[in-house]
Design a binder for this molecule. Structure first.
Ligand SMILES: NC(=O)c1ccc[n+]([C@@H]2O[C@H](COP(=O)([O-])OP(=O)(O)OC[C@H]3O[C@@H](n4cnc5c(N)ncnc54)[C@H](O)[C@@H]3O)[C@@H](O)[C@H]2O)c1
Length: 329
């Protein structure tokens, strides 16, 4: 059976998914939608797909099995709800929404209509990280400290949505979310968050209204403590994205999705990449649909990881410690 998929959004990340999906057997990119129709047309020409500027039309007119949703945080409206009601499965890029209320509406619709969902937290698909997680579970013992880092530059140019708080939600919501999700993947749920944000390093950049330095401290339900720090003020070649985890019997040093080192007593193991995490998440989602299996990172995971960012923002705004889960409004 050939699965027919559509795209909502035809920007940078959507094109990354298209490139991979187009190489897979038994799947066809049938339709592509972007509010900027030229972008949809450009991708449509490459993949011989129908093009739309409104996803409601696309879902109504095409007989799709699944959609890939890759639009900026501010742009989420009713795409998951609309697709779910029509039995169309949804892959959705992180962060799944700008607000927790919107994220929970999506989750409710997915549950109600029993569609399959998968969130684009592709770090979970890194083979080196998965090997580290296995070792941690088997031999690690109690986790004590988790230290996460997203030190990079500004995404996009002066007019890009990323640098505007009302559009992206800020670096902690839009980008550092990968590291919060990784913390949850390796160390379990978080019960308390405290954060400090400032805008200092890029304060002179035009249209720049998001935090550019952040520290978020975490208390895990297990008792472990952690922090995740972010900046968009790293100099070229001066960034670092990764995580350090200290358990009683081993230490994990994660440097991006491609490389991890595990330290055990005097032993040092190094695992390097043997895969493409974005390819793997796309393939696993399609396989889950074909074989009617549960997905590894359903939308409920997207809600929980978003919740940490929302709690951090709330803490930075109020100066208070925030307990999770946040109340349902
Ligand atoms: N997993 C990752 O590592 C990763 C990397 C980059 C981006 N992302 C995520 O992917 C999403 C998109 O980011 P991007 O970098 O591709 O952004 P982008 O700006 O390159 O593309 C977004 C596209 O969405 C379109 N769009 C906006 N609203 C729309 C709507 N209602 N219907 C259809 N199209 C709409 C825009 O016109 C634009 O072409 C974001 O959530 C981002 O966080 C994930």
């Amino acid at each position: 059976m050939v699965l027919k998929v559509g795209f909502i959004g035809a920007g940078g990340m959507a094109r990354n998914h298209m490139k991979r999906i187009s190489t897979m057997p038994n799947v066809e990119i049938s339709a592509i939608c972007d509010v900027a129709i030229e972008k949809a047309r450009e991708a449509g020409r490459i993949y011989h797909a129908s093009v739309y500027s409104d996803f409601h039309d696309m879902i109504d007119k095409e007989d799709l099995d699944a959609v890939w949703i890759a639009i900026p945080p501010f742009a989420h409206s009713d795409e998951v709800e609309y697709a779910a009601e029509r039995g169309v499965h949804c892959f959705i890029e992180k962060p799944i929404a700008l607000t927790l209320e919107k994220a929970r509406e999506m989750e409710r619709a997915a549950k109600k209509y029993k569609i399959k969902t998968m969130v684009g937290y592709h770090w979970r698909q890194s083979q080196p990280i998965r090997r580290g997680k296995d070792l941690l579970a088997r031999e690690g013992g109690p986790i004590g400290l988790v230290a996460g880092f997203w030190w990079g530059g500004i995404a996009g140019g002066p007019d890009h949505w990323w640098r505007r708080r009302e559009l992206s939600g800020g670096q902690v919501l839009e980008q550092t979310t990968h590291i919060f999700d990784l913390c949850r993947f390796l160390a379990g749920e978080v019960k308390r968050v405290y954060a400090e944000f400032a805008t200092i390093l890029n304060a002179d950049e035009p249209n720049f209204t998001v935090e550019d330095v952040s520290v978020v401290t975490l208390r895990f339900r297990s008792g472990a403590v952690g922090f995740v720090t972010g900046t968009s003020g790293a100099k070229p070649n001066g960034g670092f994205v990764g995580l350090r985890l200290f358990a009683r019997n081993l230490q994990l040093n994660i440097d991006g999705t491609d490389r991890i080192c595990v330290f055990k007593d005097r032993e040092r193991l190094e695992f390097t990449s043997i895969g493409d995490p974005v390819y793997d998440e796309d393939k696993k989602f399609l396989d889950a649909i074909s074989m009617d299996l549960p997905t590894e990172t359903p939308i409920s995971e997207g809600v929980k990881s978003l919740e940490i960012s929302i709690a951090a923002i709330k803490s930075a705004e109020t100066g208070r410690t925030i307990e999770l889960p946040l109340p349902v409004s």
